[in-house]
Design a protein around this ligand. Structure first.
Ligand code: GSH
Length: 249
């Protein structure tokens, strides 16, 4: 029997979530080494040269980027299709994925989530209220205005569920974990798209672990997940002391 796919990375990362939702939807067996970013050991640096999660390891490849991983999974396990069939729509779906990963990543992860969750939990630093304020009043509205211009009145971005919906919803899930709520009066299409996507079983199943980890110090994540029955890998690439990231955006 083929070994399950191994994913290295925390349930709290939007990029890990994207990949896990792909695996869930495609029915691919996986196990997870739930390391929190910055806690990888030297062997982790060899697998992920810029020390980022997620990493996928299977019988054929080791890959360290969520977009590359999702595309690989789509090509190797085509059912159900998670990229639009039409070439132009497929390109637009990848663009929206890129927008989510890069711009929404900057705003919702590196500023909002980082300030409210990572800085206190990983580095023992205080939240900088002025960064949170600027993000909420200026940057988030710009992001949501753009998405509102792209989203349909009802349903998914390209008719059937695709990588674009999954990437946007994965990022918005972290915003929700940082207690951000989309104002549905101002951005009704985005609010409905995100609700629809996060309501899928694949996201809901992961949300149970995410909620619990938000209340758990990084050093206890593995033990708590084991207690909850998460599909954990037997060994880990985690170390006890976090290292500052090597990339700044
Ligand atoms: N483009 C990458 C981004 C991954 C990423 O930024 N992961 C964050 C966690 S949410 C990380 O590992 N940060 C640690 C660091 O930058 O050192 C992907 O799509 O996989």
């Amino acid at each position: 029997m083929k070994e399950p796919v191994r994913i290295i990375g925390s349930y709290l990362s939007p990029y890990v979530r994207k990949v896990l939702v792909f695996l869930e939807l495609k029915g691919i067996a996986y196990e997870i080494d739930p390391i929190v970013p910055f806690f990888g050991d030297d062997r982790f640096s060899a697998l992920s040269p810029i020390r980022r999660i997620p990493v996928l390891i299977d019988d054929r490849v080791t890959l360290a980027d969520s977009s590359v991983i999702c595309q690989y999974l789509e090509e190797r396990y085509p059912q159900p299709h998670l990229y639009p069939a039409d070439i132009a729509e497929r390109a637009r779906a990848r663009w929206l994925e890129e927008f989510a990963d890069t711009r929404m990543g900057e705003v919702f992860i590196w500023r909002l989530f980082n300030q409210l969750a990572i800085a206190p939990a990983v580095w023992g630093e205080k939240t900088d209220a002025s960064v949170v304020e600027k993000t909420q009043s200026e940057e988030i509205p710009q992001v949501l205005d753009y998405l509102e211009s792209q989203a349909p009145a009802h349903g998914f971005l390209f008719g059937a569920l695709s990588i674009a919906d999954i990437a946007v919803a994965s990022l918005m899930r972290n915003a929700a974990l940082a207690r951000f709520r989309i104002d549905a009066a101002r951005w009704p299409k985005v609010a409905s798209l995100v609700d629809l996507t996060l309501g899928l079983d694949a996201f809901a199943k992961l949300a149970v672990f995410e909620k619990r980890l938000m209340r758990t110090p990084p050093a206890e994540h593995r033990a708590v997940l084991a207690e909850m029955g998460a599909p954990l890998s037997a060994d880990t690439f985690a170390t006890r002391t976090p290292r500052r990231g090597m990339m700044k955006i």
